[in-house]
Design a protein around this ligand. Structure first.
Ligand code: 9MR
Length: 481
């Protein structure tokens, strides 16, 4: 028997971050649209090509990005932005860069795609291989750095770890200006884009790395160490940083959602995060969303997915569900994905999307580049896994969703939700023709004649207006023959 889940659960409780199952709230807040409808988001990260491009924009043009909405029925993009592009010298923001971001946001708005702006970093900064902080914000104390062949191995270089350590030490370090600048950079983004109709909110930092506090045993999937550095990092570095950023953003933007993720590494692989409860000063109620990543180290190391020995998906589900409930925050997968050449790729993708439906969590696939991990080749042709990413889901629910999902045996999609008085507009369900055919059938639990539906064949969106007299509703979409 694998003792890890038990140990992880125990550790979670020892560190005060555990919520016994019976205390987990039954509902969580929903991200809603202007009509109050709960949004479920399916989409992709747009995208890794921006990291190294001279203008820091992804390679795609309007037409390729439009395929998200047109061909796959997606309504979500996690859009990469970079601190070094935004603030090339201290306190000076590049307005031409923001204009380029704006152009993409306008495209997304026209496509009905909701965007989360993700302040991306990998290995702290471009100087160390990858992307993130501007040159002036690298405080590595001249620690050594040797470029490694695999990008993530650079995280073990002393210069990289020192740069992170200095960034995280806010109150007792000499580098408090770094987080102040980072917060001001976010405030600049939020002041400029907070009211943009496509923008849902901000992901505070991509995969925040613990620097020298990284526990590499845990990173490689080993047992969590109860005396290890990760709980300390999460609670004394990451959590106060997040709180500072939330408070700073709220000075300029009261309405957008603030998304946050666990530290880099182990949580993505299913191990616990220890971030304590974050507070949103927003007087009308919190708008904080939990946006963790999911990657299986075992799968990436072996090139094979075997669910009998790889418990990433169930481990991740258990911990993230508990943590989201503890934060009282909606849960969405900010990144997940894998090399399409992996043995068992379809099984893994099916396991993740089914789990996400079970949690009623949206997701953004990593990433949108054709010919990379996206199941679309360099010429733009779909690979078989795309059929799993294109699935029925409720894009907007006129009430509080209580469950949804597709029965793998029958292909029937079912959505259940409770009525809510302050919502207007119909419930919208993406019904992909590739799975449902042309003569599918919709069955609603409300009395005949008390509900109505319409069909947008172009967008493949079914709209259902339910009977306001009923307190709960069940909508089934049954595939045609
Ligand atoms: O997939 C990306 C790979 O091509 C790059 O070399 C690497 C460094 O820039 O980043 C990879 O993308 C990672 C993302 O930035 C953060 N989460 C994990 C992604 C996959 O490893």
């Amino acid at each position: 028997m694998d003792p890890r889940p038990l140990l992880s659960a125990l550790l979670l409780c020892l560190t005060g971050a555990c919520t016994p199952a019976e205390e987990v709230p039954e509902t969580h807040p929903w991200i809603t649209d202007a009509q109050g409808r709960a949004l479920i988001l399916h989409g992709a990260n747009v995208d890794g090509s921006a990291k190294g491009s001279p203008d820091r924009m992804p390679v795609q043009d309007r037409a390729t990005i439009e395929r998200m909405a047109q061909d796959w029925g997606w309504n979500h993009a996690r859009f990469l932005i970079f601190w070094d592009a935004l603030e090339p010298s201290p306190g000076e923001y590049d307005s031409a860069y923001l204009d380029r971001v704006q152009e993409r946001l306008d495209w997304f708005e026209q496509m009905g795609v909701y965007v989360v702006l993700d302040m991306h970093q990998d290995v702290y900064a471009a100087r160390f291989c990858c992307d993130g902080a501007p040159e002036w914000a690298i405080r590595d104390d001249d620690e050594p750095f040797e470029l490694q062949a695999m990008w993530f191995l650079n995280y073990f270089q002393p210069a990289v770890q020192r740069a992170f350590d200095n960034f995280w030490l806010y109150t007792d370090g000499d580098h408090a200006d770094l987080q102040d600048h980072y917060g001001d950079a976010w405030a600049t983004v939020a002041a400029r884009f907070g009211s943009h109709p496509a923008v849902l909110g901000y992901d505070l930092m991509n995969e925040p790395h613990p620097g020298s506090m990284l526990d590499s045993v845990e990173l490689l999937g080993g047992e969590a160490n109860p005396d290890g550095t990760h709980p300390e990092f999460d609670q004394t570095r990451l959590q106060p940083f997040y709180q500072r950023m939330i408070d700073r953003i709220r000075e300029v933007d009261n309405d957008s959602w603030v998304f946050f993720e666990p530290r880099y590494g182990a949580p993505g692989d299913g191990l616990p995060s220890y971030i304590g409860v974050l507070e949103d000063p927003r007087p009308e109620g919190a708008r904080l969303a939990y946006y963790p990543h999911l990657y299986s180290v075992r799968l990436e190391a072996s090139g094979v997915y075997n669910p009998d020995v790889d418990s990433t998906v169930p481990d991740w589900e258990r911990h993230r569900e508990t943590e989201a409930a503890e934060q009282n925050a909606p849960l969405l997968i900010g990144e997940w994905g894998l090399d399409q050449g992996t043995e068992g790729v379809e099984l893994f993708v099916a396991d993740v999307v089914t789990m996400a439906d079970r949690l009623m969590a949206g997701w953004a696939y990593w990433d949108y580049r054709f010919g990379g991990w996206m199941p679309v080749d360099a010429e733009g042709n779909e690979l078989p896994t795309m059929d799993l990413l294109v699935r029925a889901y409720p894009r907007a629910v006129a009430g509080t969703p209580t469950s949804f999902g597709t029965d793998p045996a029958t292909g029937v999609f079912t959505l259940e939700f409770d009525a809510r008085e302050d919502v207007t507009g119909p419930t919208e369900i993406h019904v992909p023709g590739r799975h449902f055919g042309a003569d599918w059938e919709v069955v609603v639990s409300d009395p005949d004649g008390a509900w109505s539906s319409s069909w947008d064949a172009d967008a493949e969106v079914l709209s259902v207006t339910v009977d306001p007299e009923q307190s709960s509703h069940r909508i089934e979409v049954r595939p045609g023959d």
